[in-house]
Design a protein around this ligand. Structure first.
Ligand code: PLP
Length: 413
């Protein structure tokens, strides 16, 4: 067999990656071989802080023993079993734990899938189908926000507002109306709208842009008043990123659908869930013709459920939410200092332990790649460097990461 890099260049196709640049070696072709805590190790033995939590998934640090053990035990007990008309105990336990985060009688049903896109896709299809089965056929339109990102499956992509990703496919998906702010709701005819979809508190792929405070609660009010479903896409914000288990809890908002993935297993194995209200669920009763004919082979995979349950236990054991406020304010102070040192920083945006450092045009990628030489791996979105470390990061590790960005700036600027 050839070495891993040559085999990769010959046969692998990476997501969100201009392949010819990757193959030309413009990006240093890193092969990550192992991980521990907030650290990733490459095939040359170099160590990097995981500054974007391995694409926003990792929560408690890598290879956390309790999760490793839970996965190993489950793999040896029940690796997989179909969830189509069958159940398994860990999915039942996980569903019970997820709905317990919300007031009784609100979100009460959990539909499992594999990733963030399918969690959103399921919510969109459930919303539409429920309208057809409750005499509301006229409600066929979705509302989404400019620059939104809800995943890459066709339905989720048709609600995506990032044109460079989605413009080619938009006409193939759901009928969607885009809003830039809540003020634009006044031009909408709500009687034809089935659901409004939003990333609560902060838009991720839109260069980490927080919404104005109170916006989510106002959107909830509008949706309730107009009989429109509120779908919250917490694929990025869920599981503690913004300082609470779910971002919507900060504005005391309960949606009609809540979509979660990424951090649900602590960032270890794929799993996702779409939570829905009992009212929506009840629209799918009353005969086989009303069932929800949607699902995936690995739905509710037992290993994923075991990892998710172990991750939820660590939230308690590590008192994650008692420790987060200190880390969040430490990060804010460190970022403010960084901003004061480099005039090329246009803006710093932060929500919980999610941050975007926006540089002047043309600098984002350069600084991001150079930071690898100083031991930090992250990604830029255009000219914004994302810093979204595992929640388990220490203040000393935050110092390390900010120093890596600072050194990279000193080299590039
Ligand atoms: N929704 C949001 C807000 C996301 O940030 C993402 C991924 O970044 C997705 C959906 C899609 O998730 P996945 O990549 O797991 O399909």
């Amino acid at each position: 067999m050839r070495d891993a890099i040559s085999a990769d260049k010959a046969h692998c196709w990476h997501p969100f990656t201009p392949q010819e640049r990757w193959c030309a070696g413009e990006h240093i072709p890193l092969m990550i071989e192992r991980a521990e805590g907030v650290w990733l190790y490459d095939s040359n033995g170099n160590k990097y802080l995981d500054g974007n939590s391995s694409i926003w998934t990792n929560i408690h640090g890598h290879c956390r023993p309790e999760i490793v053990e839970a996965i190993a035990k489950q793999a040896a007990t029940l690796d997989h079993s179909s969830y189509l008309g069958l159940g398994h105990p860990l999915a039942s336990e996980l569903a019970e734990k997820l709905v317990a985060f919300f007031p009784e009688g609100t979100l009460s049903r959990v539909f499992f899938s594999d990733n963030g896109s399918t969690a959103v896709e399921a919510a969109l299809k459930m919303s539409l189908q429920s309208r057809l089965q409750t005499g509301q056929e006229m409600r066929r339109q979705f509302l989404a926000f400019d620059n939104a990102y809800h995943g890459d499956t066709l339905g989720a992509a048709s609600l995506g507002g990032v044109n460079r990703f989605f413009s080619r496919f938009k006409s193939l998906g759901f009928e969607t109306n885009f809003l830039s702010s809540l003020e634009e709701l006044s031009r909408i005819d709500p009687t034809v709208v089935t659901a409004v979809v939003i990333e609560p508190l902060i838009q991720g792929v839109n260069e980490m842009r927080p919404w104005p405070e109170g916006m989510l609660a106002r959107l909830r009010e509008w949706a309730t008043a107009n009989g429109v479903h509120l779908i919250l896409d917490e694929v990025m914000t869920g599981f503690g990123r913004t300082g609470t288990m779910f971002a919507c809890q900060q504005e005391k908002v309960v949606p009609d659908f809540l979509c979660v993935a990424k951090g649900i297993t602590g960032g270890t194995v794929p799993l996702a869930a779409t939570l829905a209200t009992e009212e929506i669920y009840s629209a799918f009763l009353g005969g086989a013709e009303n069932a929800f004919y949607y699902g995936h082979s690995y739905t509710a995979n037992p290993i994923g459920c075991a990892a998710a349950l172990a991750s939820l236990e660590i939230f308690e054991k590590d008192q994650v939410f008692a420790r987060l406020p200190e880390k969040i304010s430490y990060l804010a102070k460190s970022l403010a200092k960084l901003e004061s040192e480099f005039s090329q920083i246009k803006e710093i945006r932060q929500c919980g332990l999610v941050a975007g450092i926006e540089f002047e045009k043309g600098l984002g990628e350069k600084i991001t790649l150079k930071a690898r030489d100083h031991g930090l791996i992250t990604r830029n979105i255009l000219d914004t460097i994302v810093f979204m470390p595992p929640l388990a990061i220490t203040t000393a590790e935050i110092d390390f990461a900010i120093e890596a960005i600072s050194r990279s700036c000193r080299f590039c600027l």
